[in-house]
Design a protein around this ligand. Sequence first.
Ligand code: PLP
Length: 358
Amino acid sequence: MSLAQQAWGNPSSSHAHGRQASENIDKSRILVASAAGVSPLEVVFTSGGSEANTLALLGTYFLNPAQLRLLTTPIEHSSVRDTALFLEKLGVPVDYVPVEKKGSFSIEVFRKHVEEFRPTLVSVMAVNNETGAILPLQEIYQICRDKKITLHTDAVQAFGKLPSETWNFCDLLSITAHKISGPKGVGALIVRRGTPLVATHYGGAQEIKRRGGTENTLGILGFGGACTEFPKPEDWTRTRELRDYFEKTLLETLPGVTLNGADIPRVTNTSSIRIEGIPSEVLLGALDLEGISVSAGSACSSGSITPSHVLLAMGLSKQEAKECLRFSWGKSTVRSDIDTVLESVVRHVNRIRDRRRK
Ligand SMILES: Cc1ncc(COP(=O)(O)O)c(C=O)c1O
């Protein structure tokens, strides 16, 4: 039976086709839960990571609007950032823990903000989408647990790139299918047992009344399917070797290249690179013509020419941030792909620099 046939019935209907779709959703729920290291009953399917982030923050706000005090960081994905700004407009006190120059996150600075600001909700991403920086969630969790603060993490970039034990203890967790080669437009908010949350979508009792509306059945089945091919530690070791080879060769070959987040722990598939004097959109366009897809700033906000808020928060100037590109490697990347990318980048950078010198 094709995936479309398996997802054909309305999962809320009691006829055989509906029951079949509902059973298939539950099978996917088990697969997603197992990949995330949580219980199936804790999985709330959403339209992706952005909705999961928004649901986590707004769903906590609506529990007790007058009580919410949100502590977050300036390097979050725009779905957290913009929801935090919206909450601020609604009168919620919001505070931001700055990242240090070079992108590292100080747990002592975090502790100070917790003590002075006294948040009721902390939202800190597990892995940054632009630099691949890994945030110290374990320590953040200890502090939140001691102070009885709800902890939400945007684990979209950690899912499939770090073992789930490094992030799955948080009270609320956002994940998305397309970061593990699943379909776009489906994700989940993991609501750990005992964590209260108010629904923000109404219309039915789906997802145990935590997210009303007919489920994206086909997407959910695809999400479950992607979890059966979940990346393994050996995939990460391989991408680390490729990434290190790429970064080392590029830094040795071209002058004026810097690696954003060079000295901090990073996931293995991302390299955020600044190439002095080369506007990122010029190089991006040249590489695109050769079939090489890279992004300037975050892929989620490509099309916008404003410099990345993450790079600005790390202390780069607007000019420097506009000279940065993000390269990402996947499970299927091989050494010859890296060589092709290196050859193209070096050739175009030299060409652009030569032209400017004339
Ligand atoms: C860290 C992070 N959070 C959230 C999202 C949004 O997820 P989605 O595209 O599924 O809405 C992204 C997108 O890539 C992301 O990188």
